[in-house]
Each structure stands twice: as structure tokens, then as C-alpha cells.
Write a protein that binds this ligand. Structure first.
Ligand code: GAL
Ligand code: ZN
Length: 682
């Protein structure tokens, strides 16, 4: 489905701040757009003091001029609401709008995202200016989307937020008795006898009640969602046909983005990958594929939008290394391959002053288009035009990795079992990696999503089980799905209370085993693991286990591999349990790419999961398919520093960017990309 009515191309453009420039500059900067094949500017993100210079005094005329100029030239605008940075006069008159970080002491005015998400006054002022913007520009021909605020990131810990938290808790638990019970507050005499006693968590106060911590994060996520709803209200009322988004930041820990995504018409995100032409660039490539798949998974029926990225380097990075030639196009095409319908930048024009004056931009500080960066941006613009027919299509996946914010919070909150090495997110990435290396598309979902679209479900470290998840996993397997789980799963309920049955709690049935203890190794220790002769997957091993070694007792599960050292030598390390028409694998140990590569390689082959190309990909390269009913497009992305060759090309395929007929193999230069296309039915 197309995100923007009437637009049939990928968007290309970026943030522009006319308020930082004299009006005569605007037309010149906009005038350079066609040369870069750019069509869209995002306006007004940090323009509140220009839009409302004094309380209730709106000056929207200048914004109107910029929008008119864009419309006259057939270009588009994404218009931001300005709540990301309130004017100084507002903080002065109403200091209660300022954000209080952990500890509860309010900040002074400054920076950005420095407001309280619960403040009535702030919410009213946001709604008022949004209404003014929507009334004035809501049906402007240049306007294609609303961009609410900017990168919601940290909650506020002020008294108003604490009060809202208590109301949220009353709603969730009904009675204080229930809360005390479910939060295990009898521990260390933490029983609450009145709601007022519940404070926000913090290093200077309560940090020993995991349930408080997890629920605070749930509340904060809901509070951000309600902040967005408040902002969206006037936009939906006065500009009903224009879709709404806010820019997310990948796997950003403090906010459960599923709760935010539900408020949005489309998902967008800002990505600043460190594609620095060093060996780690492959890891950064995998990580960005993962977050892009997450963005797509929030709304599986539509594309998402890469709202910000830099055409060169970002000034907040420790080293502003220049992007090597071709890297920018690789990065841009990666987002498109994963389902983005746009490549937008921070920023269109580099400013002359302020904290971001050194940040990369399409037009440099002189406004010149005769630069290397501009040429590479124009090259991306041209590449996008050649594959515009893909706009509106959505890549599909038959596999999914569960990455769940609540699980992340709970694992992080607990004391034990491996203080600095719990590594939930890195573990999710490690399990995603082999799929990436095989060019297999995967969604990235939370544990409460519908599992039925998938044949393979990977649930690393599913420590916390939200209500119904165990039952749904069981159902998934019964119905023929393949589930992969690991150590440190099925430990606690949603208030971080341990299941009173052996681990993995309600997952014992589906995996057919019990996990009595878990041995935690020091970083310099490992335990060998040996494949069992004739195991169902044909695994060979040997491998080595690190950090986590679950002690497993099988209750009906087949043993595919055993520990080969320590006092538990000979006991199960990897099992497979058949339940109904499907099967559930349990990986008892943490492992490196040696095991995960072999395991997922064999498993994906057994399941015959679709690979983008039917041959093994060289190291550092991934492949993705995006298609329409007429045309299939193959993206080959090389994050390595080597020239890579794939000894395969679809018969009848052509290079989608150059139009040349593909040969019998495809060569991808270092840090670069190739795009092939062929008729869908071929
Ligand atoms: C983003 C932010 C932009 C800009 C950019 C610089 O996080 O949304 O406003 O600051 O970073 O990289
Ligand atoms: Zn607050």
C-alpha cells in the first residue's frame, strides 16, 4: 500500500530549517532539489520560537511561503509539530513544563526534548499550535505527512508524572493488595500501605523492586503514546487525510515502540549507521537490517520511512570519518531493500551556527551542490528513480525473531545471573545473523504478535512471559510451526515473579524438558559441546558454550548435542521436541557464530525457507528481495572491504540501475551494492 496518496515514487530529501536562514536563501536551497532528484523537505521540527515568538502570537506566514515555494515546484513537505523544543519564554513562565530526569529534580531550560510529557499546560500549548498549523496548512498541496515532535527518548520523573503513574497503576492492579502481592513487596519490607508511597524508580530511591522498574517503563511508554495522541488530535480533526508519524530510533531501550507505533499511520525511523569501512561495518550492517526489519514489522501491511540519515557523517560521532565512495548508496538501498519507501536526510542544508554546524548535509555550509557528497546524494536519487515501481510493496518473511521490550527490561532489571553479560539484544542479533548471512528475510516482533504468518519463530532468552504467550507458542508448534528457544527462558511472569514450577515454567511442555540450574561461566571460560551421532539435523560440531550453560533434563525431547566437559559432561545441551505437527528446539548454551551458523543453516534448509538467491552468499554480503506483481528486484549488499562475486544470476535479469544485462555471476565491489531485476513470473 502506498503511504502518501498520489505519490508513486520513493521520497528523497530531508530536514530543512528555513528559520535559520534569511528568506532570500530559501528559493536557492529549494532550487537545488531537482539536481539531487530530491522531492521532499521536512520542516519546522525545531521552529516553535519562530512560529510562536510570544505567548499566543502565531507567525506562520514564513512557513506558508516555504510550503508555497515547494508546491509551486511540485515538491513535497513533511510538516513537523514543534514540541521537541519549547521556546524560552514558555519555560520561564511555566517552569513546571521542564523535564525532570531520574531523581526528580527539574532541569533548567535548554537543549531539546526537555519537557514533561504529563504537564497539562504543555499538552494544551502543543495542541493549540498543532491546531493552528493544521488549520492553516492541513490541506496545503505540498503537505504529505505530519511529523510529531522528534525522537521521543527519555521519560520525565517529576511529581506530575509520578501522580500519573499512580493512577496508571490503580487502573492496572485495582487494589494495593494485588500490587503488593504481584510485586513481591514483602521482600525487604517494601510493602506499600497507600498509593502515595509509590515513587518513580531511581538510583537515589527504589531500585530493588524489579516490578516497579518494569511497570514504570510500561507506564512511560503509554504516557508517550498519550502525549502523541494529544498532539495528533487537532491534526486528525483539521487535516484528516494527511498521515501521521513520529521518528523512532531502532531498539531504543526506554520506550516500548509497539505502544507508539499503534498511534501512528506509518512508522519512521532515524538511522546513523557507523558504516566506516572498517571490519565492524559488517556487524553494523546486520544490526541495521535487524532494526529495519523491526520497523517494517510494526505495520506489516505497509512500508516504513527512513526519516533521517546522514549523507556524510554525523557530528556527534566520536570520529567524523567520511563515508567512502559507494557507501552512501549501499546504506540507502539497504533501507529500501528492507521496506522503506523513502531516503531522507538530516539535513538538506548545513547550518552556520549551533551545535550541529559540523553535521553532514546534502548542501554544505556554503550551499554548494558542486561537492562529492552532493554527487553521491544525486546518485542515490537516480538509483531510487530506477526502482520507483517498488514503492508501496512490502517485503515478506516466513521467519521471525522475537525481540520484546518487556523481556529486555526484565532481564536488565534483575540482579543475576551474569551481571554485565546478560546481553539480551546482542543475543537476538546473534540469532538473526545466520538468517542475514543466508539472505533469508525475517520479521522482528514482540511476543504478543500473531505468530501465524511464520514457519520459523526464534525466541532468544524469553525470560519474561507475558500473559498467553506460552499457550500461543504451544499452539504455534502444534499447528506445524518450528520454534527455537534458548537458556534463560520461561523464568518470570510479567511482574518479574518467578514461576513456582521448574524452569522454563509454562514452556516446559512445548520444549519437553526442565532446566534445573544454569551454570554461568567467566568470560575466559568455555565448555565444549558435541553433536550427537545421527542427530536429526545432521549437525556436526563440535562447538563451545560460553557464559550460559543450562542444565537440562529431557522429558520427551530428543537430545541433539551434549556438553562435553565440566561436571555435567554428557548431559543435554541442545534438544528437539516434537509436539503436534511442529517441533521446538531448545538451545541450552550461549554460543558464537560457529554453532548458530551451522544450526540455522541446517534448520533453514530443512524448512526450505526462501533465500533471496539459491546459492551461499560470500562473507559480509546479504541479499533481499522486494517485488511487485510484475517485477522482482534483488538487492545485493556488500558490507565487507572485499570485492565479492556471487556465481549466480537469474536468467533474463538486468542490472536495475544501469539497465545492463546481468552475466552469469554478479560482482559487488567493496562496501557497495548491486540491484538486479527480472519479470516476476520468470
Ligand atoms: C537526530 C535528530 C536530528 C539531528 C540528528 C543529527 O537524532 O533527530 O534533529 O540532531 O540526530 O544526527
Ligand atoms: Zn513530568
Amino acid at each position: 500500500m502506498t503511504l502518501f496518496p498520489g505519490i508513486t515514487k520513493f521520497l528523497h530529501g530531508g530536514d530543512y530549517s528555513p528559520e535559520q536562514w534569511p528568506p532570500r536563501q530559501w528559493l536557492e536551497d529549494i532550487g537545488k532539489m531537482p539536481e539531487a532528484r530530491a522531492d521532499t523537505l521536512t520542516l519546522g521540527i525545531f521552529a516553535w520560537s519562530a512560529l510562536e515568538p510570544a505567548d499566543g502570537v502565531y507567525e506562520l506566514g514564513w512557513m506558508g511561503e516555504v510550503l508555497d515555494a515547494l508546491a509551486e515546484r511540485g515538491r513535497h513537505a513533511i510538516l513537523a509539530t514543534p514540541s521537541a523544543a519549547q521556546p524560552a519564554w514558555m519555560s520561564r513562565a511555566h517552569p513546571e513544563i521542564l523535564r525532570a530526569p531520574e531523581g526528580g529534580k527539574r532541569n533548567r531550560h535548554g537543549m531539546r526534548m526537555n519537557f514533561c510529557i504529563s504537564s497539562d499546560y504543555y499538552r494544551r500549548k502543543c495542541a493549540a499550535i498543532n491546531q493552528a498549523l493544521a488549520l492553516r496548512f492541513g490541506s496545503h498541496p505540498a503537505l504529505i505527512a505530519w511529523h510529531i515532535s522528534n525522537e521521543f527518548s527519555q521519560p520525565c520523573y517529576c511529581p506530575a508524572c509520578e501522580e500519573a503513574f499512580r493512577a496508571w497503576l490503580q487502573q492496572r492492579y485495582g487494589s494495593l493488595d494485588a500490587l503488593n502481592r504481584r510485586w513481591s513487596t514483602a521482600f525487604w519490607s517494601h510493602t506499600y500501605s497507600a498509593w502515595e508511597q509509590i515513587e518513580a524508580p531511581g538510583a537515589d530511591g527504589e531500585m530493588s523492586c524489579e516490578a516497579l522498574w518494569i511497570n514504570w517503563k510500561r507506564f512511560a511508554s503509554d504516557q508517550f503514546a498519550s502525549f502523541i495522541r494529544n498532539e495528533a488530535g487537532p491534526l486528525r480533526k483539521h487535516s484528516p487525510s494527511v498521515p501521521i508519524t513520529t521518528n523512532l530510533m531502532g531498539t531504543h531501550e526506554p520506550i516500548d515502540y509497539w505502544r507508539l507505533a499503534a498511534e501512528l499511520d506509518f512508522v519512521s525511523m532515524d538511522a546513523y549507521p557507523a558504516f566506516d569501512a572498517r571490519p565492524e561495518m559488517v556487524d553494523a550492517g546486520i544490526e541495521h537490517s535487524f532494526v529495519y526489519d523491526l520497523m517494517r514489522s510494526f505495520k506489516r501491511d505497509r512500508p516504513w520511512v527512513l526519516m533521517e540519515t546522514t549523507p556524510s557523517s554525523a557530528n556527534w560521532m566520536p570520529f567524523m570519518k567520511l563515508k567512502r565512495p559507494g557507501v552512501h548508496r549501499l546504506a540507502a538501498l539497504q533501507s529500501i531493500a528492507h521496506g522503506s519507501d523513502a531516503v531522507l536526510y538530516f539535513q538538506w542544508r548545513q547550518g552556520l551556527g549551533g551545535r550541529e554546524k559540523f553535521h553532514g548535509a546534502v548542501l554544505d555550509h556554503t550551499g554548494s551542490s558542486a561537492t562529492r557528497v552532493f554527487a553521491e546524494t544525486a546518485d542515490v536519487g537516480q538509483a531510487l528513480e530506477r526502482i520507483d515501481f517498488l514503492q508501496g510493496s512490502v517485503p515478506v518473511a516466513e521467519a521471525a525473531v522475537i525481540y520484546d521490550w518487556e523481556v529486555r527490561w526484565a532481564i536488565g532489571a534483575s540482579c543475576g545471573p551474569a551481571r554485565d553479560h546478560k546481553d539480551y539484544l546482542p543475543t537476538c542479533l546473534a540469532h538473526y545473523r545466520p538468517l542475514w548471512e543466508h539472505g533469508i528475510s525475517a520479521d522482528v516482533i514482540q511476543s504478543t504478535e500473531d505468530f501465524s504468518p511464520y514457519r520459523l519463530l526464534i525466541a532468544p532468552m524469553l525470560y519474561l512471559l507475558r500473559p498467553g504467550v506460552a499457550e500461543r507458542l504451544e499452539h504455534f508448534v502444534q499447528e506445524g510451526g518450528t520454534l527455537v528457544g534458548t537458556y534463560w527462558s520461561g523464568i518470570a511472569d510479567e511482574d518479574d515473579r518467578l514461576f513456582s514450577t521448574p524452569f522454563p515454567g509454562p514452556l516446559r511442555g512445548v520444549f519437553g524438558l526442565e532446566n534445573e540450574e544454569t551454570d554461568i561461566l567467566y568470560p575466559d571460560e568455555s565448555v565444549p559441546v558435541a553433536a550427537r551421532e545421527g542427530n536429526a539435523l545432521g549437525l556436526r560440531g563440535p562447538w563451545s558454550a560460553s557464559t550460559f550453560c543450562a542444565q537440562i533434563r529431557s522429558h520427551g525431547a530428543d537430545i541433539l548435542a551434549r556438553y562435553d566437559g565440566e561436571f555435567y559432561a554428557g548431559s543435554p545441551a541442545l534438544t528437539r521436541h516434537t509436539a503436534g505437527r511442529g517441533e521446538a528446539y531448545y538451545i541450552g548454551f550461549r554460543s558464537g557464530p560457529d554453532f548458530l551458523g551451522e544450526f540455522y543453516g541446517k534448520l533453514c534448509a530443512r524448512l526450505d525457507l526462501p533465500r533471496a538467491v539459491p546459492v551461499d552468499l560470500p562473507a559480509g554480503v546479504t541479499a533481499r528481495i522486494r517485488k511487485t506483481s510484475e517485477t522482482t528486484v534483488l538487492f545485493l549488499l556488500n558490507f565487507s572491504a572485499e570485492r565479492r562475486e556471487i556465481p549466480w544470476a537469474m536468467a533474463g535479469s538486468v542490472d536495475a540501475l544501469t539497465g545492463e544485462t546481468a552475466g552469469r555471476s554478479v560482482v559487488i565491489p567493496p562496501h557497495s551494492s548491486r540491484v538486479l531485476r527480472w519479470p516476476a513470473e520468470a
